[in-house]
Ligand binder design. Structure first.
Ligand code: UDP
Length: 242
C-alpha cells in the first residue's frame, strides 16, 4: 500500500473505509498488528526520538489522526486522501456488522474510566469488553497485565496511555500478546468512550476546528498545541527546500 512521507513519518494513504477493511484483514492474521494514529504533535515528537519514529513506521497501519497532517501532506504535494481519526476508526470498527467476535481489552485512562467505557461499548455496539486495566501502573506490574490480557481472550486491545508510552508499550509486548490481532494506540479515546471527555461537536470537526475546541476546553494544552504551527512551519521549510 502507498505510504506518504511527512517529516519522516510514513502514513498509509487510506480512507476510513479502507482502514476498516485493513482491520478486518488484520483479524484474520496470526500476529499482533499495531495501529498508530499520529497527529502533528506525534510527528514532531518522532523527530526528536529515533526509536519512536521507527516504531511508528514499522506499525502495520499508520493513519493521519489530525487535520494538520492532511494539510501538511497537501503542502508537500503528496496529498493524503482524508483524515482518519483514531477515535472514529475505533467506533466504526466496533460498529462494523460484518466483523464478528470482537473481544476488546481496554488498557489505559484513570482508574474507573475503562469500566465506564466498557458499559457504553456493550450498550452501543456489537462487541464484548473481556478485560480492562487503568493506565496508571508501574513497570513491575506489566508482566501481570500481559498475563491478564492473554487470559482474557481479547483479540483487539485499545491502549490509551498517552502518546509515546502507548506505542512503546505495544512494541515492547507485541511478540507475547498471543491472541491479540489488533493493538491500537488510542490516546484519549477511552475517556471519550467513557463519556468523561467529549469529542468536539460536528461543526468543529467538519470545519477542521477540532484543535480549537480542545484548546478552549483545556487551555493547559496550549504548550502541546504549539506543536501544530511548528509542524506547519517545518513542512513549509521542507517544501521550499524541495
Ligand atoms: N494516561 C494513562 N496513563 C498515564 C498517562 C496518561 O493512562 O500515565 C491516559 C490519560 O488518562 C488519557 C490518555 O492517556 O486517558 C491520553 O491522554 P492525552 O490527553 O495525552 O491524550 P491524547 O492527546 O494523546 O489523545
Amino acid at each position: 500500500m502507498e505510504r506518504i512521507n511527512i517529516l519522516n513519518v510514513k502514513f498509509d494513504n487510506v480512507t476510513m473505509a479502507e482502514a476498516i477493511n485493513k482491520c478486518a484483514d488484520f483479524l484474520k492474521t496470526d500476529k499482533v498488528n499495531a495501529i498508530v494514529t499520529p497527529n502533528p504533535e506525534i510527528v514532531m515528537q518522532a523527530r526528536k526520538d529515533d526509536i519512536y519514529q521507527k516504531i511508528l513506521n514499522n506499525s502495520e497501519l499508520v493513519i493521519p489522526d489530525g487535520i494538520g497532517v492532511v494539510i501538511g501532506s497537501k503542502m508537500l504535494r503528496t496529498p493524503l486522501k482524508e483524515r482518519v481519526a483514531g477515535y472514529d476508526l475505533i467506533c466504526n470498527l466496533l460498529e462494523e456488522q460484518s466483523i464478528d467476535n470482537k473481544n476488546i481489552y481496554i488498557l489505559g485512562a484513570k482508574p474507573g474510566v475503562a469500566e465506564e467505557a466498557k458499559k457504553n461499548i456493550e450498550i452501543k455496539y456489537n462487541a464484548k469488553v473481556v478485560g480492562l486495566h487503568d493506565g496508571y501502573f508501574k513497570e513491575d506490574d506489566e508482566e501481570s497485565i500481559i498475563e491478564d490480557i492473554n487470559n482474557s481472550g481479547a483479540n483487539i486491545i485499545l491502549v490509551g496511555l498517552g502518546m509515546v508510552r502507548q506505542e512503546k508499550f505495544i512494541d515492547k509486548y507485541k511478540k507475547v500478546l498471543n491472541n491479540i490481532r489488533i493493538a491500537i494506540g488510542c490516546g484519549g479515546s477511552i475517556d471519550v468512550l467513557a463519556g468523561v471527555a467529549q469529542r468536539a461537536p460536528k461543526f468543529y470537526v467538519e470545519h477542521n476546528l477540532e484543535w480549537f475546541y480542545r484548546l478552549v476546553k483545556q487551555p493547559t494544552r496550549i504548550g502541546r498545541m504549539m506543536q501544530l504551527p511548528k509542524f506547519l512551519l517545518v513542512v513549509a521549510i521542507k517544501k521550499n527546500n524541495n
